[in-house]
Write a protein that binds this ligand. Structure first.
Ligand SMILES: Nc1ncnc2c1ncn2[C@@H]1O[C@H](COP(=O)(O)OP(=O)(O)O)[C@@H](O)[C@H]1O
Ligand SMILES: [Mg+2]
Length: 177
């Protein structure tokens, strides 16, 4: 049976997806691992742009098309420096290629936050605890985002994101603008 997502959201615009990424970044911790799964155009890179914005990354985040990984310097909300590793395995031909590309070094960086698009192109035993986010194309500007925490750290993270999203909704319905 399909596992139920711990958090199930609809985004109505690229900006809303970016804001979600920013909410997530607010609670990010060094060593975190986020796996983004979903077809081309489902919004994975857009979500990473929001995470990057939340981590105060200055450079523009686009899909790492020819190189598999992009490294960005960022800051946590409390001012600690982090490295955001944005990895896209779309072009990976076979899981064994990963070893030559050194993905384990990224995963082992205690100051790193690793976000991986197309994680299913890797072998699953590569990943310990993580947050899986499945993105689904619903309509032209509508996407579904399903959060599946794997491990306690990520259950707490999803709880925090859920509260943040609910708070944002309350604020926006009471705000005068
Ligand atoms: N609600 C939405 N969330 C995310 N992207 C959206 C949304 N609506 C439309 N889009 C568009 O869909 C495309 C998503 O592209 P991208 O983030 O690169 O997807 P992926 O990395 O999954 O291939 C972008 O052109 C974006 O502007
Ligand atoms: Mg992408």
């Amino acid at each position: 049976m399909e596992r139920m997502p711990a958090l199930d959201l609809i985004s109505h615009s690229p900006d809303q997806t970016r804001r979600l990424g920013t909410h997530l970044a607010r609670f990010a911790e060094p060593g975190d691992l986020y796996l983004l799964s979903g077809s081309l155009g489902s919004g994975k890179t857009t979500l990473v742009q929001g995470i990057a914005r939340g981590l105060k990354v200055g450079d523009y985040v686009q899909s790492p098309t020819f190189i598999l990984a992009m490294e960005h310097a960022g800051l946590l909300p409390d001012g600690r420096p982090v490295r955001l590793y944005h990895i896209d395995l779309y072009r990976l031909e076979k899981p064994s290629e990963l070893l030559t590309f050194g993905i384990e070094d990224y995963l082992a960086d205690p100051q790193g936050i690793v976000v991986i698009e197309w994680p299913e192109h890797a072998s699953t035993d590569l990943f310990d605890d993580h947050l899986l986010i499945r993105l689904e194309f619903i309509a032209e500007t509508k996407r579904r985002l399903m959060f599946y925490p794997n491990g306690q750290r990520y259950q707490r993270l999803v709880d925090q994101v859920r509260q943040e999203v609910a708070g944002g909704r309350r604020r926006s319905t009471t705000a005068s603008d």
